[in-house]
Write a protein that binds this ligand. Sequence first.
Ligand code: NAD
Ligand code: MG
Length: 387
Amino acid sequence: MSVRGTPRDPRAPLGVAILGSTGSIGTTALRVLGRQSDRFRVKALTAFNNAALLTAQAAEFKPSFVGIVQNGTEPHPPWSVGPECLVEAAGRDDVDIVINAVVGAAGLDATLAALSKGKRVALANKETLVMAGELVTAACASGGGEIIPVDSEHSAILQCITGRPGVEVRRVIITASGGPFREWSAERLESATLADALRHPTWQMGRKITVDSATLANKALEVIEAHFLFGIPYDRIEVVVHPQSVVHSFVEFVDGSVLAQLGVPSMELPVLYALTHPDRVPDSGVPRFDPVALSPLTFEPVRSEQFQAFALGVEAGKKGGAAPAVFNAANEMAVALFLEGRIRFGDIGVAIAGALDALGDAPGGSREAILAADAAARRHVQHRFEC
Ligand code: NAD
Ligand code: MG
């Protein structure tokens, strides 16, 4: 892999940028990269704030570029400051792979910049593929870049289909842990607290995706993500609840054979595979698999009627246009309000439904249309709760 037009020594380590290096995926990525220094070099790091952690990461990995979106009062070296640091980091000539581990719509322009320069994007930031799937896939095709998913379910699907033609795939089945409210009644869900929602049974993640996993909005985002990543129609993407999070997803082929990828619930392997795909590296250091210790493995249907955000998100994906952007932005805004203690858990689905009713028919197409739909959906949710 190389930046288009730049010849490179095939044995030289690949340069990696991590956008969102201080977060859950960002710190996992640095742990993985720390063990792979003969293959990869960290060239750029960015974060929203937390200058102290970013300083420590920069001291350890010695990148040539560091960017911070919001300058606090803590003293730090002369970094690039402001939201444009993401695009600067993603477009650098010494960067071959961009790990986009930013949360939310803020990651869009950096993904587009990296793809248009022919780079590999190791994509954790699923929100931007959901809001602007056509734009991102078009930038990928015209720029000669590639998107490799970091999301464990999509990494599993990629690992199952690599080397096989797309026509052989009949169906993908994405697994879902079911979140902390898997067995809660509708009445009990209404009064779920922030602490309840943040108590994820199997994964340690950032706060926004943890809430998305409690509402199952995360699984709707992942259905849309799978549609754009693999070009699979929605009627061939299914979801099954699998509380142990050991089977990361299934792929059914046209002859009826079903492949799955399994592993302990850790993001280290999906992050590593997004860097090395289609190759595998020995002694990766990721936790080993023990089928007896991890058994039993169980599967249940999704209770869509209980998890409004899931059903609304999948419908928005099928509708297309700007509907996925409206779904994503309404969800981001509602989750932010829930995390601030300003709305109840049950209001998240209400906010998404209201925004999609009012704005779901908006056209997509251009970056401007998508950003307008995103902004309108955020305003709609804010007005609804008069925040
Ligand atoms: P997190 O909140 O732990 O970290 C987010 C990172 O992005 C931080 O470094 C933060 O400084 C930075 N950031 C936040 N807002 C920003 C902004 N406006 N501009 C620039 N930088 C900003 O989140 P996370 O759990 O690491 O998740 C990151 C992404 O990966 C999300 O899209 C999430 O859905 C996806 N993902 C996460 C996991 C997981 O296990 N954590 C698994 C699959 C997918
Ligand atoms: Mg996932």
